[in-house]
Design a binder for this molecule. Sequence first.
Ligand code: SF4
Length: 357
Amino acid sequence: MFHRTQTRSVKVGNLLIGGNDQVLIQSMTMTKTADVKATVEQIHRLEEAGCELVRVTVNSPEAADAIKDIKRQIHIPLVADIHFDYRLALKAIENGIDKVRINPGNIGKRERVEAVVKACKERGVPIRIGVNAGSLERHILEKYGYPTADGMLESALHHIRILEELDFHDIIVSMKASDVPLAIAAYKKAAEAFDYPLHLGITESGTLFSGTVKSAAGLGTLLSMGLGNTIRISLSADPVEEIKVARELLKTFGVISNAVTLVSCPTCGRIDIDLISIANEIEEYVANIKAPIKVSVLGCAVNGPGEAKEADIGIAGARGEGLLFRYGEVVRKIPEQDLVSELKKEIDALAEKYYKT
Ligand code: SF4
């Protein structure tokens, strides 16, 4: 698949964003950032699920102060989400933040922007410009009448120009909208207009169910165009769910190298086992396994092995038992009650092999 690798490369903590074919997964905590214990706990759950960088809101001096303690206890880069208040940005940078999301055009006086940029330069902290269709600048809204992709691009270029004038180029840009076609059009225009890495997101996309569908439609389209260097699925749900959806989406486009892909059949009248429960249990089990294994769970042996020839390991149901197969070849029969436990062991063995190589 084509991937837009010709972007600038921006360092965020120990990660390189852009300039490669990686799409890194990001999420945002929903705890009060000043509550260090709760925030760290949530970040640990996100890390375990596969989150690669995490954003926290910095909306008070207490939140900015907490960054130091949070940073000490987590293992992935930390991003500060700041609106308007340049003093909070300075404090966050001083406390070791890895990236700041702030729109320079909204900071106010020139000296304030200069102070933030100077601090970012000194500490090697990049800035994400977050364009949002719902909060475009008044002059842009007046010009276009309502949020449009051209208006969003104009907003992005306005903020980029401010940073470039200060010779600052460690920039990442997002072009979020909750309207999917609008977000797609805006990201496309952005990719044509500049080479800064893009953080993808469909904002306010909805609940776990509707937000997943909406994000998959929008972000899937962008990924299929080869766009995106980081990604966030925004859901009204536990942020761990955002990571699960992001990983699944990246798997679909083959742009993640450490995730298990599960293939399961839709079931039909030929089914001989309780496939839906088995598929759900295996899906849950493999969610945190960081190895590129393909697992197949099929309802019957008629089409089973053939339908999953490319799977590394899989089962196909038969009456009261199941067939275990590898790479499309049946290797042994397993009683139905042991199917899940035996498949888990096989997956673990494959993952172990992968970790050792
Ligand atoms: Fe039906 Fe068997 Fe295909 Fe599943 S694998 S959909 S049970 S034919």
